[in-house]
Design a binder for this molecule. Sequence first.
Ligand SMILES: Cc1cc2nc3c(=O)[nH]c(=O)nc-3n(C[C@H](O)[C@H](O)[C@H](O)COP(=O)(O)O)c2cc1C
Length: 206
Amino acid sequence: MAKHDKKDIGVSTILNPVPVVMVSCAGVNADNEAERPNIMTVAWAGTVNSEPPMLSVSIRKSRHSHKLITETGEFVVNLVSKSLCRACDYCGVKSGADEDKFKACGLTPVKASCLKYAYAVKEAPVSISCTVRNVIELGSHDMFIAEITAVTADSYLLDAQGRLCLDDARLVAYNHGEYFLLGEKTGFFGYSVASEDIIAKRMGKK
Ligand SMILES: Cc1cc2nc3c(=O)[nH]c(=O)nc-3n(C[C@H](O)[C@H](O)[C@H](O)COP(=O)(O)O)c2cc1C
């Protein structure tokens, strides 16, 4: 068989790679055990609009986080660096209904920028504060469509002009059930039509 001869492999959620993120939230009464700050892992996440900046996360109704996010209309998407990968997996297999996952993972909840109730993960390189604008019931999952109301980033990721450089964040992606550290840069937006000079500058080659 030639390499690109095709076989039908059935219908499934095969889109890969996808981001994997740690979604943090809390209920209205964060001091109450049932509403304490929580983290869940989400792979069904994506950017859905530019103006205003919006993203979506798809969450099953059975998740403890679903209840908290529905109650407050707020959550935080925390990007996952290599050092957070194990905690990220843990937050995807244990429920906040049973334990304090911040404590179990040795992570620090901090009040999220521009939100009233939700907490961010201090150890995450980038945290995206989100306000829910719409919820669509799709079947197995409810899709929370949210407006991005603030973004905070570790200062080491900002250049002299204050621009975010994610190259050093050692981010993790999710590919067919496995976590991968992002590696070699192979291009950039528009590089297929960029000049040699720009390519040399952006790709760090002289
Ligand atoms: C890699 C990974 C990705 C996941 N993606 C999702 C997702 O997109 N939506 C979802 O509802 N659950 C997803 N889960 C499962 C939840 O994170 C898991 O059920 C978690 O325990 C829910 O936490 P909670 O009950 O504290 O909210 C994922 C789990 C893992 C490990």
